[in-house]
Design a protein around this ligand. Structure first.
Ligand code: GDP
Length: 294
């Protein structure tokens, strides 16, 4: 978001690091909004992680996300924020939702158990924005991004999402001269990936042009298997050994492809294809490997 806003010439950005402002602390958040009185709020802050992090820390994932959004949405409303963008996630949709997933499928069936606490928190955030819009006319919009990747991601091996994890795994295997990399799960789940710079562009576009209660999916429109993804990352990194799969690790939901027709009708389309996006992310990772969140 900061890259996208700065590139468009915006200078009045109100930014805080996690150390400077604890969004789970109601008093701190309330004081921050009363003092700063921002005009536009983009709530991208959340407790996030990959399938392992979600499974091993379910309490933290539901607690932190409920607190962050409760504090930020309520304080934003009270301080008179003129536009609020809430970011949800494609995991708010039922595990076995028909594909591609339409916005109206939210709450139409049971969730994927590996990330249910996170998804329940995000669904609560959507409902809170919609309730504040109905009761107070609060100008909040709710965007549901698909799986994201890009520079600045979390590259930890255990807790990250699949793209940064594979970039690091293949990079390190190549450096060590390993002849094999093992990828979690069966390789058959399908996922859709969107570069963060595309998401940032969509957020700015919709913040300026969209004002309604209905959710908007933000995705690429096509998906790939985890096996395809692993082969693509291996070729970008230049790893020439074998790729094997560990079915003892969880696959998660079998498929998660968003229906992006609402977004397309609203006039926005992504620009960064997966191969180009992974090239750019790998270049960033190599430049920042020492400082990246490893
Ligand atoms: P999800 O979409 O919420 O399941 O998010 P993830 O990015 O954590 O996982 C996507 C898929 O990639 C799942 O089927 C994982 O089993 C698979 N996967 C394969 N290798 C890895 C890995 O090293 N890290 C993660 N997080 N997932 C992996």
């Amino acid at each position: 978001m900061v890259r996208a806003l700065t590139a468009r010439g915006h200078t009045q950005l109100v930014l805080r690091t996690r150390d400077e402002l604890d969004l789970t602390n109601q008093a701190e958040v309330s004081r921050f909004f009363a003092t700063e009185r921002p005009e536009v709020v983009i709530l991208a802050a959340a407790r996030v992680g990959g399938i392992h992090a979600n499974q091993s820390r379910p309490a933290l994932f539901i607690r932190d996300n409920l607190l962050i959004q409760d504090n930020v949405i309520d304080s934003a409303h009270r301080s008179g924020v003129g536009k609020f963008v809430f970011l949800g996630s494609s995991c708010i949709y039922p595990k076995l939702a028909p594909q591609p997933i339409k916005e109206e499928y939210m709450l139409s069936g049971p969730l994927e158990p590996t990330n249910e606490p996170y998804a329940i928190a995000k669904i609560a955030g959507v409902k809170m924005c919609q309730a504040y819009r109905r009761e107070f006319g609060f100008n909040a919009i709710c965007l549901m991004p698909t799986n994201l990747y890009g520079p600045g991601d979390n590259f930890a091996l255990q807790d990250s999402h699949v793209v940064p994890s594979l970039i690091r795994r293949f990079h390190e295997a190549k450096g060590r001269g390993d002849d094999r990399v093992t990828v979690w799960g069966t390789g058959s789940p399908r996922r859709e990936f969107l570069h963060v710079d595309d998401l940032a562009d969509a957020i700015l576009y919709l913040a300026q042009t969209y004002d309604a209660e209905a959710l908007v999916n933000v995705g690429w429109g096509h998906d790939v298997t985890i096996r395809d993804l692993a082969e693509l990352v291996a070729s970008v990194v230049g790893f020439e050994g074998r790729i094997s799969f560990d079915p003892a690790k969880p696959d998660g939901t079998p498929r998660k492809l968003l229906d992006v027709s609402r977004l397309t009708q609203l006039g926005w389309q992504p620009r960064i294809p997966l191969k180009e996006g992974i090239d750019r992310t790998y270049a960033w990772f190599r430049d920042h490997a020492a400082a990246a969140r490893l």
